[in-house]
Design a protein around this ligand. Structure first.
Ligand SMILES: Cc1cc2nc3c(=O)[nH]c(=O)nc-3n(C[C@H](O)[C@H](O)[C@H](O)COP(=O)(O)OP(=O)(O)OC[C@H]3O[C@@H](n4cnc5c(N)ncnc54)[C@H](O)[C@@H]3O)c2cc1C
Length: 443
């Protein structure tokens, strides 16, 4: 091996930090494999040395799920589209491909994923490994759109799985928590690109909660934000449209681009952090300033938007029928507490899926996400919210802050034992282990 390629593949590393800045790790070294063969060699080599291995995506998880004290694999040379199959309507991508690159490449080919989350910074493997989801009545998480997966296992073998090939691995590895192997490529189902009409509309908390079932049933993708300390919500309904495309105007004032992601929101949060007592008044004014708008565009432009304001987040998936009760309890808790919360609470849905440890595994789900501006004390808010979520049998997002352990998780995931048995088979030495996985998987 030349010294140049040795440097590319393996160099001693500095501290790794996640996007939110709340997790840091000091791996022994970093590797940047440029092919599946190099990836397999990296895993085998580390295992022989007795080192643990972790592949990171773009560090957008708030938990320490991606942290390692062993070999940290950076995925930036494992990117790009391998193959598009127009007959089967699938695309196969290298696992380190950022979602934004996949979305743009698919759009150029006249194709699209069916559903996606709020942002598209993550890598395809990073996003699917923790169960990243958007909102949907009929369409589920990004992992649920996987048709085939290629995985480098702890012994350095390359294993492919699908519904037909190694189905027991396929069931679990689509949301594998980085615990079963390093994903090297993913084949997603795609469809001819389509248009979505987004209708964004302010609504009262009382109306959204009393009409939640109908709003969910009548729309392909319904979500809303509730502004703590107020009775105000902003709702978003995305439905397929025959067109024509009518992208949002530059001056329309809306939460996604005018509020959540830009400088105004940063300023509002900074004031709230400096003077917590001002938060309720600011929330009342800013949530009332939101106005309605409608626009039509291709899917990733409607589903995703930049998030430049840094925050910490916890999100729980509840049985969908428990969402309204939990949300009312959350509001009552905030109302009677001294908490000052400047970030809206986000509510989304997903239909049941068949992935072993997907947060929507086997049950129709609603997600409730609480956020705090970075640098603001968050523990008492998240602890009080978590108490409400767990009382409803909630399942925490694997990539977002929570305090649950294997004992709790085995109770809320009927197929938990299936996942841990597969892990015992594929990674008996815990080459892919870390402290987070020990907590949530139990060993
Ligand atoms: C601003 C922001 C917005 C977000 N919006 C949403 C949202 O709308 N919906 C939602 O559900 N979540 C959302 N999240 C959470 C985020 O999507 C997940 O935490 C996701 O896992 C992050 O992807 P990543 O590429 O950064 O992976 P990382 O956080 O770097 O890694 C996540 C996990 O994937 C594993 N992994 C990465 N690559 C591989 C591989 N090749 N093989 C095996 N394992 C691998 C890592 O080891 C780790 O276990 C958001 C997070 C932020 C910061």
């Amino acid at each position: 091996m030349s010294s140049a390629s040795r440097t590319r593949k393996s160099r001693s590393s500095s501290t790794w930090r996640n996007w939110a800045g709340n997790v840091a790790a000091r791996p022994v070294r970093e590797a940047r494999p440029a092919s599946v063969q190099e990836l397999a060699d990296t895993v085998r080599g580390a295992a022989e040395e007795g080192l643990r291995v972790k592949t990171v995506g773009t560090g957008h998880s708030f938990t320490s799920i991606a942290a390692t004290d062993g070999v940290l694999i950076r995925p930036d040379l494992l990117t790009g589209i391998r193959r598009i199959d127009r007959r089967e309507l699938t695309v196969t991508v290298e696992s380190g491909t950022p979602l934004k690159r996949l979305n743009a490449a698919l759009a150029r080919e006249g194709l699209s994923l069916t559903n996606m989350g709020d942002i598209m910074e993550q890598t395809v493997a990073g996003a699917t490994s923790t169960g990243t989801h958007g909102t949907g009545r009929d369409s589920a998480s990004i992992a649920a759109q996987i048709r085939e997966l290629e995985l480098v296992t702890a012994d350095g073998r390359v294993l492919t799985c699908s519904e037909k090939e190694n189905p027991e691995v396929f069931a679990a590895a689509r949301t594998g928590l980085g615990a079963l192997g390093v994903v090297s490529a993913i084949t997603f189902a795609v469809e001819p690109i389509f248009l979505l009409t987004a209708r964004e509309e302010p609504m009262t908390f009382d109306r959204v909660t009393s009409e939640f079932d109908a709003l969910h049933a009548e729309n392909e993708h319904f979500e809303f934000y509730w502004f703590p300390h107020t009775g105000n919500c902003s709702t978003k309904r995305n439905n397929r449209s025959a067109g024509p495309a009518a992208p949002p105007g530059r001056i329309s004032g809306w939460i996604e681009d005018e509020f959540l992601s830009n400088g105004l929101f940063q300023v509002v949060n900074s004031i709230g952090r400096a003077v917590p007592a001002s938060v309720p008044a600011i929330a009342k004014v800013s949530s009332r300033a939101l106005s309605a708008r409608t626009y039509t565009d291709i899917p990733y432009k409607v589903f995703t938007s930049p998030r430049r304001v840094r925050f910490l987040e916890m999100e729980y998936a509840l049985p969908r029928e428990a969402a309204v009760a939990a949300l009312r309890e959350l509001k009552a808790m905030v109302d009677r507490s001294p908490l000052r919360v400047s970030f809206p609470v986000e509510v989304r849905t997903a239909p049941a899926d068949d992935i072993t440890l997907s947060t929507a595994s086997g049950r129709d789900s609603a997600y409730i996400a609480v956020h705090m501006y970075r640098g603001t004390p968050y523990r008492s808010y998240f602890t009080a919210a978590e108490r409400i979520m767990t009382a409803h049998g909630g399942r925490p997002h694997w990539g977002k802050l929570h305090t649950r352990d294997a004992g709790y998780l085995a109770d809320v995931y009927p197929r938990f034992g299936e996942f841990t048995a597969l892990r015992d088979r594929l990674d008996p030495e815990r080459v892919f282990g870390n402290d987070y996985l020990r907590r949530v998987l139990g060993a």
